[in-house]
Design a protein around this ligand. Structure first.
Ligand SMILES: C[S@@+](CC[C@H](N)C(=O)[O-])C[C@H]1O[C@@H](n2cnc3c(N)ncnc32)[C@H](O)[C@@H]1O
Length: 458
């Protein structure tokens, strides 16, 4: 039975979305204001054998044991295996391989395949007896069926369950209609790796592309994965708490289509209303004109000295009403993916100077698009700090401008990622942040960075 914990949130009415989560008390930035253990989860196929199917512990932390029945489920110990077996696996273990090898399953996309397995597991979990006459004795199904359904969906194929009777079709339809707009994509260090059902969190939190909270996932060995909702900024008593159902940096067109077709609503957040107002965004120029616009963007967001030193973030770069009109063209759907790719490619290939200048422009754009403390801002600032560090080491430079820039990127990364907190597997961004902080301190003390011999891999 899934239960949730929160002393910070209450449900209130919402004119368009039925209910909304309201702050019951003033909430501080970084506060984990809501938590819930997963009812059931399914790993992406690429994660099979790399994580425990029950608690998601990584194979780098613990030796995994294979289910001797299906050889497709992996566990860190007998406890996880028994819990999963009793919850649902005993009903699908035998038929699993035939199901995943079937043409019906093979033609599904990765996401559909994960949901087909999730549905099979969930149905199996709902009926603990081999006869579908008896539902599990709890509020589990009623909580789930109380969620709002999506309008468009096709029922995926279902693994044959060990049972005397077929699963009632109405029940299948009813449950699956709530998958697409209610289930969560589970991530570790912000990399998606599973789908999961957290019915109470689904019941509470509405979407905004300009949210004041985000979800993170906590792995505890032999326990179901836990979702926590973390405040990005201080939230006043009575304010609605919203989370992003999709990445706010996706183009307006992509968000609008996905929110309408998968979730059945038109988003009225400030980012969407701004994007509607400037539709279609002016085309992005090329050459020196684009360089001048990018410089204007950096100056709009950062107090700069020189090309790459961020001294400080100017106030409210995310306030769209203060955005100069000349920057509207940067909302052209092609711009952000292109500049992201250039940054990533140049970082990988050691073209550090270009990587840093592109990365600073991209970071400025992130500050405009995302609300403050949005974790992706921290991840990008960390990548930028690592790139700048690699440049320092590769050139054995003790150039003040480069050093100060690296420290600035690291400071931004630290502020944002520490607010988000630890997520998923051991290590990850918080550990890299600490490593880089120590390296910079050490290097600073004797100004011979090259001798530290430490390059980050991307
Ligand atoms: C995960 S549920 C959110 C909880 C929902 N408010 C409820 O009462 O159960 C997702 C559904 O809530 C509604 N919803 C969520 N965010 C919304 C928004 N910003 N505007 C309008 N409807 C929204 C949509 O119907 C969506 O499919």
């Amino acid at each position: 039975m899934s239960s949730y914990h929160s002393q910070y949130v209450v449900l209130g009415d919402h004119p368009a979305a039925r209910s909304q989560a309201l702050a019951h008390v003033p909430i501080q930035a970084g506060c984990a204001l809501f938590s819930e253990e997963a009812l059931v989860t399914t790993l992406f196929s690429t994660q099979k054998g790399l994580r425990c199917d029950y608690c998601h512990a990584s194979s780098t932390q613990t030796r995994l044991l294979k289910c001797s029945g299906c050889a497709s489920f992996w566990y860190c110990n007998g406890e996880c295996q028994t819990k999963q077996w009793n919850a649902h696996h005993r009903r699908i273990c035998k038929a699993l391989n035939r199901f995943t090898a079937s043409p019906d399953f093979q033609t599904l996309s990765e996401s559909e395949a994960v949901d087909a397995l999730l549905l099979s597991q969930f149905i199996s979990q709902l009926f603990p007896k081999d006869d579908f006459g008896e539902l599990v004795e709890s509020g589990l199904l009623s909580t789930f069926l109380d969620l709002l359904p999506a309008r468009h969906f096709d029922i995926p194929p279902l693994c044959r369950l060990k049972s005397a009777k077929p699963v009632p079709q109405e029940l299948l339809t009813s449950i699956y209609s709530r998958f697409g707009n209610n289930n969560f994509v589970v991530h570790s260090h912000l990399n998606a790796y599973a789908h999961g059902i957290f019915p109470h969190a689904s019941r509470f939190f509405n979407h905004s592309c300009d949210p004041n909270a985000v979800a993170r996932y906590i792995i505890n060995q032999s326990q179901p994965i836990k979702l926590e909702i973390v405040a990005l900024r201080p939230i006043a008593k009575g304010e609605e708490i919203t989370i992003p159902y999709l990445d706010p940096a996706l183009s307006f067109e992509t968000r609008d289509v996905a929110l309408r077709s998968n979730y059945g609503f038109k988003c009225r957040c400030s980012l969407c209303e701004f994007s509607r107002k400037i539709q279609p965004a002016p085309p992005v120029p090329t050459g020196p004109l684009l360089s001048a616009i990018e410089e204007e963007l950096r100056e709009h967001v950062f107090a700069l000295a020189g090309d790459t030193i961020i001294l400080d973030i100017k106030s409210h770069p995310h306030d769209m009403s203060s955005l100069p009109q000349g920057l509207y063209c940067l909302f052209d759907p092609s711009y952000l993916p292109a500049i992201s790719e250039t940054f990533s490619k140049c970082s990988h290939e050691g073209q550090y100077e270009k990587a840093i200048s592109t990365g600073v422009t991209l970071l400025a754009l992130y500050f405009v698009i995302y609300p403050s403390n949005y974790p992706q801002i921290g991840m990008l600032a960390l990548e930028l700090a690592k790139t700048a560090w690699n440049r320092i080491v590769a050139t054995d430079s003790s150039d003040e401008e480069l050093l100060n820039g690296t420290k600035s990127y690291l400071r931004i990364a630290g502020q944002v990622l520490r607010n988000f907190g630890k997520e998923g597997d051991e290590g990850g961004p918080l550990e890299e942040l600490d490593t880089l902080t120590v390296l910079l301190e050490k290097g600073d003390s004797f100004r011979r960075f090259h001798s530290l011999g430490f390059l980050f891999c991307f």
